[in-house]
Structures are given as C-alpha cells and as structure tokens.
Design a protein around this ligand. Structure first.
Ligand SMILES: NC(=O)c1ccc[n+]([C@@H]2O[C@H](COP(=O)([O-])OP(=O)(O)OC[C@H]3O[C@@H](n4cnc5c(N)ncnc54)[C@H](O)[C@@H]3O)[C@@H](O)[C@H]2O)c1
Length: 314
C-alpha cells in the first residue's frame, strides 16, 4: 500500500462490524466506501463511528484527529458506487447463507476484476456461498473479532478454489492495516476462535451444571487465572514455559493426566434450564438495565489493554 491516499476499499453493511472495519481501514490511511441497504443505518453510521473514534482517541489508541480519519469514510447509496475503483471489499451483512449467496453474486458482478471479496461471516465457510461464482478464486472469509479496531485477530479462511495469490494478498493487506491475520488452512465450521471459545464454554457449562462452582467463580478462573497469561501468550507458548525443558517435558509430566481428564469431559447441550440458572446468577450481579454501561466499561478496559499491548516490544 504505497500511495494510501489514492487507495480505496469498500465496507458492505454498516452495522456493528461494518462500522468497526471502516475505522480499521480509515485509521490506516485508506479511503473507505461504506454501503448499507438500510438508509437509516447508513445515515447513522458516521455519527456512531465518530463516537467510537473519540473513545479510541481518548484512550491514546490513535494519534491522528478524529475528524481527519472520519473524512476518509464515505457513505454511498448504491452497491455499485461502493464497488467502484476499490481493490478490497469487506462484506458485513446479516449472517444467513441466502444473504451471503446473494451479496457475493452481486459483488462478483460489480467489483473490479482485481478486487478481493472478503466476508466477515462468523461461522460460514467460503465454499458455502461462492461455489457457483465466475470470480470464486478471489473470494475468502476474513473473520474479525468484535470490535476489529480494538482486537486485531482476523481469521483468513479460503475455499479450496480460492487462489493462493489472493490468500497471500489478503494476509498482506490485513497486516498493512495493522491487524493480525491467521490462516485457516482447511475449511472448518466456526474457524479457529469460535471453536476454541466454544470448547472453553463447553467445559465451563459442564462444571457449572454438575455443581462444581458458581458462574461467578468460574468466570474468576479466567479473569484472575488463565486469562491473565492468555491475554499476551497462547496456550502452546504457556505450556512451553511451564516445564523446565519446554513442550515435550510438559507433555511428559502432565499429558497423560490431561488425556484422562478429557475422557471425562462431555459434550454440553446448552440446556435451557441451566442457562436460566446462569441468567439468574448474572442478573443478581449485573441488572438488566446495567448491561449497556457494563459493555462500555468492557470496551474501555479493552482499549487500555490494547494500548498496553501496543506499547510493548513485539
Ligand atoms: N457481532 C459480532 O460480534 C460479529 C463478530 C464477527 C463477525 N460478525 C459477522 O459480521 C457480519 C455482520 O454482523 P453485525 O454484528 O455487524 O450485524 P448488524 O446487524 O449490526 O449489521 C448488519 C448490517 O447489514 C445490513 N444489511 C443487511 N443486508 C444487507 C444487504 N443485502 N446489503 C447491504 N447491507 C445489508 C443491515 O441493514 C445492517 O445494518 C455477520 O456475518 C456476522 O456473523 C459479527
């Protein structure tokens, strides 16, 4: 991305994730066409984006003025205008196979030939909604973590027919806009992050359901335990450092125990009764009407954590 000012990308869908992507791209110096089929959503988009940028500015996460970044985000009224002259399109519309099939057919028809078409879908493999497209070799999933301007992970998940050159360009592009792309080498439902999150929730629910601990204490296992380390290193690096001679030493000491425990871990069914009990415990800790203010508190904590992470040597 040598001449950033002349570079243009498109964001399709201006909801929660679309707005957040617009910040990522504009913050990196790119011009962003943003389109939504809902006129109301498109009208609200700049105002909502401005307040997110102001919070990020206050937290010291961006140095450029909010107005200057905002001036690179251009709401446009048609999909055709959104696609005009762009080299990368990030799609963020509702999560159904039908909707993704339809929008990708339109994008493949309208976008410049060299443009990459990336979907933010949380669960759907690329091959489910691109198989029949003439331009299927330029399509892939670029799954962000909400919100991508604070959490940099992007899961790049190509279909078997996505061109390796497109995959490489997408990885380079996400890095250039200061995200942390990881490559999902084979298609899998839920990609990586949601599968790991699902595995943790599965065991948390099991332990709760079987009466081993309260939901608040199980949250503390992450908040004051595992999460502290996991906020700056992964579980593989963790076990590499948790035995004097690294991973193999750790596996020799504890691997069999983990394997035995795994045999006792069942697949949780997310039973409605159990969820209702957790809901009750949560509502005594946090009232329904406090959910919004607590979400803002969470975003502020995230911003501070991200600032701390950014300030550390890599
Ligand atoms: N919310 C999350 O935490 C999260 C995280 C990662 C990925 N995602 C994925 O991002 C995508 C968007 O999710 P969201 O949370 O931003 O949803 P959202 O409901 O906030 O926004 C979706 C927007 O898309 C618009 N839209 C719907 N159909 C359209 C179309 N055909 N053309 C143009 N605009 C259209 C809607 O008007 C709406 O403004 C989904 O695929 C979702 O799975 C969501």
């Amino acid at each position: 991305m040598k001449n950033k000012q002349s570079e243009k990308v498109a964001v399709i869908g201006s909801g929660l994730i679309g707005r957040a992507w617009a910040i990522v791209f504009a913050r990196a110096g790119l011009n962003v066409n943003i389109y939504d089929q809902s006129k109301a959503a498109l009208n609200d988009c700049l105002g909502l984006t401005k307040s997110l940028l102001e919070d990020a500015h206050t937290a010291g996460l961006i140095n450029e003025s909010v107005q200057s970044i905002l001036s690179r985000i251009h709401p446009v009224e048609t999909l055709e205008l959104a696609c005009s002259g762009v080299h990368f399109i990030q799609e963020n519309i509702r999560e159904t196979v039908e909707a993704k099939l339809e929008i990708f057919a339109e994008l493949d028809h309208l976008a410049p030939e060299h443009a990459i078409l990336a979907s933010s879908t949380s669960w759907l493999p690329t091959s489910l909604f691109t198989e029949k497209l003439p331009g299927r070799a330029r399509c892939l999933v670029g799954h962000p973590t909400n919100p991508p301007y604070l959490i940099p992970l992007v899961e790049v998940s190509p279909a078997p027919w996505t061109s390796p050159e497109v995959v490489e360009r997408a990885m380079v592009f996400y890095e250039a806009v200061h995200q942390e792309p990881v490559l999902v080498k084979k298609e899998i439902h839920g990609f990586l992050l949601n599968r790991v999150q699902g595995a943790v929730l599965n065991e948390m629910l099991n332990l709760y359901e079987e009466g081993y601990a309260s939901s608040a204490d199980l949250d503390k296992v992450m908040k004051f335990g595992l999460g502290l380390r996991w906020s700056f290193m992964g579980p593989f690096e963790t076990i590499d450092l948790n035995a004097p001679d690294g991973v193999t030493d750790y596996a020799a000491r504890y691997g069999q125990t983990y394997a035995d425990v795994a045999k006792t871990q069942k697949n949780n069914t997310w039973d409605a009764q159990v969820i209702a009990e957790i809901e009750q415990e949560r509502r005594t800790i946090l009232k329904r009407e406090e959910l919004d203010s607590r979400s803002r508190w969470r975003d502020n904590r995230l911003m501070n954590l991200r600032k701390h992470q950014q300030d550390q040597p890599k």
